[in-house]
Design a protein around this ligand. Sequence first.
Ligand SMILES: [Zn+2]
Length: 410
Amino acid sequence: MSVLDRFLRYVTIDTRADESSSSCPSTPGQLVLQRLLAQELGAIGLTDVLIDEHGYLMATVPPTRGAEGLPVIGLVAHVDTSPEMDGANVKPIVHRAWDGSDIVLPDDPSAVLRATDDAALAAQIGHDIVTASGTTLLGADDKAGVAAIVEAAAQLISHPEIRHGAIRIAFTPDEEIGRGADRFDVTRFGAVCAYTLDGGGAGELEFESFSADVMRITFVGFNTHPGYARGTMVNAIKAAARFIDRLPADRLSPESTAGHDGYVHPYQIDASVDRTSVRVLLRDFVTAALREQQALVESLAHAVARETGTRLEIEVREQYRNMREVLDQHPVVVERAREAIRRVGLTPIEKPIRGGTDGSRLSFMGLPTPNLFAGEHNFHSRLEWTSRQDLERAVATVVELARLWGSGAA
Ligand SMILES: [Zn+2]
């Protein structure tokens, strides 16, 4: 079976995550895929194949003979797909030896992939492009990663001449709703480091993410019948509006920043005259800068509360931290990923993630985890696509990574 065949099978299983569900996994389809994967991994020859009570699948590629004492490394991918887009009845289409012409998706002809709007796609003329049919996502995020890991495990087991230590595999639920690391048992996983396969085009390597906090700013006003409110009503909605209007617009906002610049982002309001809460995301690559962002938000809110006669309640919660803080202490983890990418003939493309990944959380849970490409493009979209060639290059990179860690060099 090829990595493409595996991928085409996994995407037909609906694993859309559901933020409103409190169970883990959040949706039953994720367990359906986990059971299929457990069966496949067992048939390939992996050991310790186990789905735990939270729906996390772990398994081991046994070390080659004489390599039992080498460091154990991990490979991680997530089985769920984004809640933002329909993930049921995915009908993958393989556009073999794509000639560069527009790809019109048959179930909704307004969904068109064009080489002229997508440089990554234009670079893949002649490749076998895989899309959905126009009404759903494809699910390459992250079934491309899952398929690459399964196929790499199969190749390692069928090529015992490639020396490697034990390799632990984890397929996690609910990454797309931010819960993928919540119940990840790092101790049971037992690896010195891991690689998520959840990245974009061939060669991409990510080891830097935002540091992230979320604030809730609540203005407490006073409500009374508006017909008799003169001199007594204090409208918390108006206070919140004034506060939002004062947040920076031409800097420190998602609309005005890119690259390594952070931002402050109001993204949700719960409003009534009596109480209005604004949720604000704080994001920066430098963790210490979050304190400055918080101070700015607090000073703006306090000024507005004074002017409007509202009372203020402020909560701050930590979300995740820049994994680079951990990975800088383990440079060999990233260096081997770079070297593996080079060995398959690609140039490493290193970009900061303007968000977080499960690897950000796992790194701080004691498992240094950068992110490797898996061939995901236009994720969370009807226009999501991957290619057979990207999938194969992801597999080859994982095999090289196993070989590098198995070389026993420090
Ligand atoms: Zn993903």
